[in-house]
Design a binder for this molecule. Structure first.
Ligand SMILES: Cc1cc2nc3c(=O)[nH]c(=O)nc-3n(C[C@H](O)[C@H](O)[C@H](O)COP(=O)(O)OP(=O)(O)OC[C@H]3O[C@@H](n4cnc5c(N)ncnc54)[C@H](O)[C@@H]3O)c2cc1C
Length: 148
């Protein structure tokens, strides 16, 4: 089992830093957690060391880690969570139709999607070259990906 209901909020508090599955940090898109958990561990460890050095392990201090994590990954993980929520309710017929859409991706775009790099230039390029995607009901995801 791995968490598929999005990131915990908050992931820090007085004397505590949440990391990995326990903080809901894996990407629900393809069930990928190891890379994310290692990065979160490194980020949290660095802030923990700063906190010890400063003699301040308050939630306010440790929230540095949460801000760093969110700035780097929150939007991509939110989109992954939204996609996961939707596809878990698809029936076979919908899966057949929607997997056809994957043909619109270039190999590079597909590889980026598998890595949960879904925002900014990647999303803009994909939607620009395939306006049909917007008609296929991905407006909310597109808005999230483009910073809406
Ligand atoms: C079947 C399966 C396949 C997966 N495949 C992939 C994959 O191919 N690629 C990928 O990137 N991710 C994959 N994942 C997800 C990935 O394994 C997790 O996201 C990642 O291991 C989470 O790391 P973690 O350190 O947060 O938690 P964990 O690896 O779960 O480590 C938590 C540790 O805490 C210990 N623990 C729990 N409670 C206590 C306690 N009270 N006291 C002391 N210790 C405790 C547990 O025994 C465990 O060792 C898969 C997950 C599953 C279940």
């Amino acid at each position: 089992m791995m968490p598929s209901d999005g990131m915990n909020d908050p992931i820090t508090g007085d004397g505590i830093l949440g990391v990995g599955d326990a903080a809901g940090q894996p990407s629900a898109l393809v069930g990928e957690g190891i890379r994310w958990c290692i990065e979160a561990g490194l980020m949290a460890g660095a802030v923990a060391a700063e906190a010890v050095k400063a003699g301040d392990v308050s939630g306010a201090f440790l929230a540095r880690y949460e801000r760093q994590w969110n700035a780097k990954h929150a939007r991509n993980l939110k989109i992954a969570h939204e996609i996961n929520k939707r596809i878990s309710f698809w029936d076979d017929e919908k899966w057949d139709r929607r997997t056809e859409l994957l043909k619109m991706f270039t190999p590079e775009q597909f590889a980026e999607a598998l890595k949960t790099n879904l925002t900014g230039a990647w999303a803009a390029k994909l939607i620009w070259s395939n306006p049909r995607l917007l008609k296929e009901g991905v407006r909310k995801l597109a808005a999230l990906a483009l910073g809406g």
